[in-house]
Write a protein of this length. Structure first.
Length: 294
């Protein structure tokens, strides 16, 4: 029997891959809600043509790009079924992956959220599918390149991405998973609330994970539920725009959750490192464009 799951896909110019994403999940759930953030490609038209007459697909069109979190909330409020499966449009779910996520989520009373094994196109495990919370200290380790020494001093220089660790045989509890693939329990969402739509793009998934954990809910990584993720499909046309919102989201995340638990100098050092990194990325982007023009 198909589980009572509403899949929520937020689309922004995902192209033909959107159809493949929907095809991979629509027979595993009760409905698919496609929330389009004012795309200007033909992705929505392709999906509507491919699934014409299929009542399991519902399309919501936003007049402007409201951002990922706000669009997720719009889809959630429109859902007809209690379990919500948030899926990026550049993801392909393997057969029975959603059923496996649902089985693990419902079999564990303390679990509020589960995520699958995110795979790159070459079949390797993708960063971000299982991770620790990127605290200010861990972020400094990453920003300064110290994570390369983590093998020598693993307890001191821990990398918050766990994909290079051995793949577990069974579901494990983690501090955070990726917003590319999240199945959430209705009781947990009732307690925790919806996504924080003050984030436009990036870090809203870390925010939600943090709130779930602080409310006492477990987050489980399920290695037996593979999902292939062609990361960055929706953002490749505006890389600097995406980087701006990514760094802005990181700043909001640290100020929201660590303002009182970390010393102000350390927190500001992290924020300065974040924006210094953006400055380097922006400069490299401008130089690349100048070289291409010449």
């Amino acid at each position: 029997m198909t589980p009572a799951i509403s899949t929520i896909i937020v689309n922004y110019n995902a192209g033909a891959g959107l159809v493949s994403c929907i095809q991979s999940v629509i027979n595993q759930v009760s409905e698919v809600i496609l929330v389009d953030n004012a795309s200007h490609d033909n992705s929505v038209a392709l999906a509507e043509t491919q699934f014409a007459g299929d009542g399991r697909l519902r399309v919501i069109r936003n007049d402007t790009n409201l951002g990922f979190a706000a669009a997720c909330n719009i889809g959630a409020r429109a859902a007809h079924y209690p379990y919500w499966f948030f899926l990026n449009p550049d993801c392909i779910c393997a057969d029975a992956s959603v059923a496996e996520l649902y089985r693990v989520l419902t079999a564990n009373p303390k679990a509020g959220m589960v995520g699958g094994l995110l795979l790159n196109l070459d079949g390797s495990e993708q960063a971000g599918g299982r991770r620790l919370t990127p605290t200010p200290g861990r972020t400094l380790v990453s920003a300064l390149g110290l994570r390369h020494f983590a093998k020598r001093w693993p307890e001191l220089l821990v990398d918050f991405n766990l994909h290079q660790q051995p793949l577990p045989d069974t579901p494990i509890r983690v501090e955070a998973i990726s917003g590319a693939c999240m199945l959430v329990k209705p009781a947990a969402v009732t307690e925790v609330g919806l996504w924080d739509d003050e984030y436009f793009l990036h870090c809203e998934d870390l925010d939600w994970c943090m709130r779930f954990v602080r409310a006492g809910w477990d987050i489980l990584f399920v290695p037996s539920a593979p999902i292939t993720h062609a990361q960055g499909v929706c953002s490749k046309s505006r890389p600097l725009f995406v980087e701006w919102h990514k760094h802005k989201g990181m700043t909001r995340f640290y100020r929201k959750f660590f303002r009182t638990s970390y010393s102000l100098p350390l927190l500001w050092l992290v924020i300065m490192a974040i924006w210094s990194r953006f400055g380097l990325i922006a400069t490299a982007n401008v130089l690349r464009r100048l070289i291409q023009r010449n």
